[in-house]
Design a binder for this molecule. Sequence first.
Ligand code: OGA
Ligand code: MN
Length: 292
Amino acid sequence: MCAMWVQPTGGALGADVYGVDLSQPVSDETFQKILDAWGEHLVLRFSGQKLDDPTLMKFSARFGELDRAPVLAADRDNKDTAATADVIDWIAVISNLKKDGKPVGGLGSYELVWHTDMSYNPLPPRASLLYALEVPPDGGNTGFLNMYAAYETLPDKLKRAVEGKTCIHDSSRNSAGELRRGFQTTHDVTKTPGAVHPLVRLHPVTQKKALFLGRRPGAYVHGLSVEESEELLNAIWAHATQERFAWYQKWRIGDLLMWDNRCVMHRRDAFDESLRRVMHRTQIVGEPVLAG
Ligand code: OGA
Ligand code: MN
């Protein structure tokens, strides 16, 4: 017997999964239903969960091999985060809190621009799972974009323009715009460091095509002049980031959100830095990016 049920948000993507306690072992049958729902809705929310790091890691690992937490901004060291030594490589602490004047996690209280997690790597993660331990009463909402819908509704001219094109995904800055450890500012986008991926991506499971944009700053479309690249990127970003493709999550403590990083982009509203927000995130190793 499986008591799980799925309630779509009614928005462009996302669904709530009810009737599953993730602190307990999840049966194969229930897990398959979760996978199916994820394929259909792209973002899943499990509310009212009570997860410690090992349990979050264990559930996450059902979706594939855990990926390492990303490198933090230049003024921080991963070893300063609030994650304990046994999980530190795998749990990304996303928080604005400070201990002894030092941030205990990444990304502060700033706005995060639309992005795909770690797409500046040759194998971007398949999924991210973000679990809310402490949330402010207001602000810090996280938006998600359905990149299948963004692709499917592209005007013909833009669809033709992106076909067969590849784009560089900037590895030097995080989604809050902070320079990462070991990187310098690049002024010429043709020299942006990071991985090169197709602008249109074939999803390996659903076999559907999605726009794969990563992040706007530092982006450059290969084979075009910088001017043409800027013009094309501005046009597809303006199209893809329309509200009609978006759904916003307002966090409650105990929410676990997982998104399909192959066909979803996300962003975060800024929040009052005097309020506490603590999230723990895992990421799942992805597969080679297939051109769509
Ligand atoms: C992330 C991220 C959004 C948030 O963890 O990858 O973008 O709401 N976080 O903190
Ligand atoms: Mn992110």
